[in-house]
Each structure stands twice: as C-alpha cells, then as structure tokens.
Design a protein around this ligand. Structure first.
Ligand SMILES: NC(=O)c1ccc[n+]([C@@H]2O[C@H](COP(=O)([O-])OP(=O)(O)OC[C@H]3O[C@@H](n4cnc5c(N)ncnc54)[C@H](OP(=O)(O)O)[C@@H]3O)[C@@H](O)[C@H]2O)c1
Length: 313
C-alpha cells in the first residue's frame, strides 16, 4: 500500500500501517429497496472517494446487505490500495445481508468467507473478524477459530480478529489468537475505554466502531441513536452536563467528537461510516487536525466523568 499522506498506525501484531480513519461500509447496506439510502452511483462515488482521499482500511460484513457487493463492483480493481476487513459467523444465506443471525460452526465460517471472497471479487481478505457478539466457548465448540486458521494457511485470510464487547472481550484477548479487536467507543459511550488499552497491551490491533457517535452530536441528527444502548436523552445529557460546547474552540461538535475518539492513546483506526461524501471530507479534515490538544482531552475526560457520575450509568 502506498503512503497517501494521512496519519497511519501499525495495527498491532498485523504489522500493517493503517490510516487512522477507516471506512465502515454499513451505510451501503441497502438490503431492502424501500429502505434504500444510498444509490449504486453514490456507493461507487463514496468508495472511490475513500480511496482517492487516501484511506486504506475498509470494514464490511456479510451482514451489511449489499455492502460487500458494492465493494466488489466499485473498487475491486483497486484492491492493492486497501486493507480489507470483513466478518465471519454471519449465517450464510442467498439473500444479501443474511438473516442477522450467527453460527460459529466450521462449515458456516468457511462458507461465509468463500461467499465474501466471491462478492468482493478478491482472492484474499486481509482481516476476518467474528461478528455478532462472539463468546469464546461458542467459537471453540463450533471449531470456528480453527476454520479461520485453516483459511489462513490456504492464503485466503491474512489475519484473524473479533468484533466483540464486554463482558466477552477479556476471555477473547487472553487466548492470544486474535490479531485485532473491533470495539465500540466514543465520548458518549466510554464503557470500553479501558479494554481498548487491554487489547493493545496484549499486542492486538484496535479498530473502533461508533467513533463518530453515529453523528448524534451534529445539528442534523439531533442526538438520535448515539450508539447501541445510549439513548438520545443520555447522549444529550452527557454533552450538556459536561459543557463540552465550552471546549470546542470554534470546531464543530462532530469534529470535536471524532478528534476525541482519535485521542485515545491505544486506538489504531476508527472506522467511521457515512453515506455522504461531504461527511467523509469533513471527517478527513478532523483527522488532519489530529488528536485534541492534551490539556483539552484531559479536561474533556474529567468533565465527562463528572457528568456520568451526576446523571448515572
Ligand atoms: N461489528 C459490529 O457489530 C458493528 C456494528 C455496527 C457498525 N460496525 C462497523 O463500524 C462502522 C461504524 O459504526 P457505526 O455506523 O455504528 O458508527 P459511526 O461511524 O460512529 O457512525 C456512523 C453514522 O454517523 C454519521 N456521520 C458520520 N460522519 C458524520 C458527520 N461528519 N456529520 C454527521 N453525521 C456523520 C453517518 O451518517 P451519514 O450517513 O449521514 O453521514 C452514520 O449514520 C460501520 O460502518 C461498520 O463498518 C460494526
């Protein structure tokens, strides 16, 4: 992969230099025509803009409707420009997007990877992450880890990861078999702040989802859907009790949110999703500004701790 001028970090023991802003492709799902948010044309423009702007990490999943197919259709010819991460354990069905359920049997894991390779018109995936809140005992029982290791030996998968949450993460980290963990985190949802560092200390790469707090702090989104489990009321309450507007120094709330995420010392890349090229460009501008100044970051953490104590968990 060529140096594109964006800040990069080594993704843990994968040794790969990934841009600190990645692209999360869930917004390209479009599985049901009536729920269509992104036309094929816009999907093609977005995916090519991601690469043109220098982002080299693309995250997807068989669970994200048409997203894998869009990646295959619009950027497979640029395959050497991006580190491609997908998921495993999503139940394989003929329908794009599957049925939202997960099965960690060897047969389902192998069939899923083969289907991802075909949809994305590639002969290898850089990273395959177990999806759907995988629990270690289930992965072992189904032979899922061995299945991915066999695919690794066959050259179809380069690195193995897990998209997981507490309380399951510490057991998965302790196995030492995962090269990467995908973990949710933002200033409105800091539950995983410490375990991100735990994963990094164990040598794994850290990929953060939800780092834009799903756009909730922006004027257009009005606090809707900040993250799984964070209500609109809580998101707005945290922001207001912490008086974060006082720390913006002329920046937008979204820029502050993203720069806060990127200030976490143990985060390698934040895979922010968007359906709009303008938002992609705004997020790149925030990335180029870098993490927050150390004193502003420390003050934001202090205020958010105080606000959380005041309004409760
Ligand atoms: N493993 C899992 O279980 C799992 C679950 C969810 C997601 N993911 C992955 O993680 C990626 C990101 O996660 P996420 O979508 O939950 O969180 P996110 O990246 O924090 O939020 C994405 C949302 O934020 C909005 N947004 C982004 N930039 C914005 C901006 N500058 N201004 C206003 N709104 C903005 C986008 O809306 P617009 O389209 O309007 O820009 C989009 O709806 C996904 O794409 C996917 O690859 C994984």
């Amino acid at each position: 992969m060529t140096d594109t001028g964006l800040p990069t970090r080594i993704l843990g023991r994968t040794g790969m230099a990934v841009t600190r802003l990645g692209y999360g492709s869930v917004e390209l799902r479009n599985a049901r025509p009536e729920a269509r948010r992104v036309t094929d044309t816009v999907a093609g423009e977005l995916l090519n803009a991601v690469l043109d702007e220098g982002i080299n990490f693309v995250d997807t999943s068989p669970d994200y409707g048409l997203a894998e197919k869009m990646i295959g259709r619009f950027i497979a010819h640029r395959r050497s420009e991006y580190f491609l991460a997908s998921k495993a354990g999503c139940r394989v069905t003929d329908e794009p997007g599957g049925d939202g359920r997960h099965s960690y049997t060897r047969a389902n894991v192998v069939a899923g990877v083969e289907q991802s390779l075909q949809r994305m018109r590639t002969d290898y995936l850089d990273l395959v992450q177990f999806h759907g809140r995988p629990v270690l005992a289930e992965l072992i029982e189904g032979g899922a880890i061995e299945a991915l290791q066999d695919l690794q030996r066959a050259g179809k998968v380069r690195f193995i990861g897990a998209s997981a949450m507490l309380p399951d993460l510490p057991d998965l980290i302790a196995t030492g078999v995962f090269d990467e963990f995908q973990i949710p985190y933002s200033l409105l949802d800091r539950v995983h702040e410490g375990v991100i560092s735990g994963a990094a200390r164990a040598g794994a790469g850290t990929v953060i989802r939800g780092g834009a707090a799903r756009g909730a702090p922006s004027d257009e989104k009005q606090w809707v859907d900040a993250s799984l489990g964070v209500s609109e009321e809580r998101a707005r309450g945290l922001w207001e009790h912490a008086s974060l507007d006082d720390l913006l120094d002329g920046a937008s709330r979204m820029a502050f949110t993203l720069r806060f995420t990127l200030s976490h010392p143990d985060l390698d890349t934040a895979i922010v999703g968007t359906s709009r090229v303008e938002h992609l460009r705004d997020n790149l501008a925030s990335l180029r500004q870098g993490p927050l100044p150390a004193d502003v970051y420390a003050e934001a953490l202090r205020r958010l701790d105080e606000a959380a104590a005041r309004i409760g968990q």
